[in-house]
Write a protein that binds this ligand. Structure first.
Ligand code: HEC
Length: 246
């Protein structure tokens, strides 16, 4: 019986980190380190989003008053710092641009990003934001999303990266691939600061994909504690029942 109790406890302890990791097992891209439980990071991400992304990408399923509550900002701060349109506190994070116009301007309408943290994952978004470069014709491109129709909107912060190529022959055909990107013109942020900014944005977009995650993870800890406590009580009860039998 003792072993059963030990197994129960071990399972409870093991299940905790497993549950936390389940969401983060995406492909081979370097990890972003985005943390949805870091409220400061979410606040900075929201600020970057409204300044640099909301011009083109809506986040239609998020309302400003939800941000006020979840990001511990309060409605006044949200209205002052995050709302640049005539939107009201109960409105969703919409854009003024028409999809038709957007398609004409960019060749592709910028998608709504509320759920991007689920479809692509925070690591993908983080790496995408770090991987813009200017090719030899002066056009923006991206190594994570080839021929992306999106310009590098944060180039003043990151600076301008140029691609370093490697050429090799495959079946007699010369193939040129990019080995890495090199910062050619520095931006207003250092590379480390820009990585932090990309991480904050990735965390914010992971949060918008599932705002309930904040509460769910919080509740999860209590559920595990309850299970551990309940296992202990069950064990003590069993010991009490069996004491006279032996
Ligand atoms: C000037 C308009 C514009 C701005 C501003 C802009 N984007 Fe984009 N974005 C686009 C367009 C257009 C696409 C479609 C690219 C494609 O599929 O080729 C796109 C695509 C994306 C995608 C990939 C979506 C997918 O799954 O294919 C992500 C992620 C993204 N943008 C994030 C951002 C973030 C974060 C910001 C703010 C830092 C931002 N964008 C600012 C126009 C913009």
């Amino acid at each position: 019986m003792k072993t059963m109790f030990q197994t129960l406890l071990a399972t409870a302890i093991l299940a905790l980190p497993m549950a936390a990791n389940a969401a983060g097992a995406a492909g081979a891209l370097p990890a972003s380190g985005a943390n949805v439980n870091d409220v400061g990071s979410l606040q900075r991400g929201a600020k970057l989003y409204t300044n640099y992304c909301l011009g083109c990408h809506s986040a239609e399923y998020v309302r400003y008053n939800r941000l006020a509550e979840d990001l511990e900002l309060g409605e006044d701060l949200v209205m002052k710092n995050l709302v640049f349109s005539d939107a009201k506190i109960g409105d969703p994070m919409a854009i003024a641009m028409e999809a038709d116009d957007a398609e004409r301007w960019f060749g592709k309408a910028p998608p709504d990003l509320t759920l991007i943290g689920r479809s692509r994952g925070a690591d993908w978004v983080y790496n995408y934001l770090l991987s813009f470069y200017r090719d030899e014709h002066g056009a923006w491109n991206n190594t994570v999303l080839q021929n992306a129709a999106m310009p590098h909107v944060m180039w003043k912060l990151q600076g301008i990266q140029k691609p370093i190529y490697e050429t090799h022959t495959e079946d007699g055909i010369e193939v040129r691939t990019i080995t890495h990107l090199e910062l050619e013109t520095p931006g207003t942020m250092s590379p480390a600061e820009y990585q932090d900014a990309a991480r904050d944005l990735a965390a914010f977009l992971e949060y918008t994909s599932e705002p309930a995650m904040l509460k769910r993870k919080h509740i999860g800890v209590w559920v595990m504690l309850y299970l551990a406590l309940f296992a202990l009580i069950a064990y003590l009860l069993k010991a009490e029942y069996w004491r006279d039998v032996h």
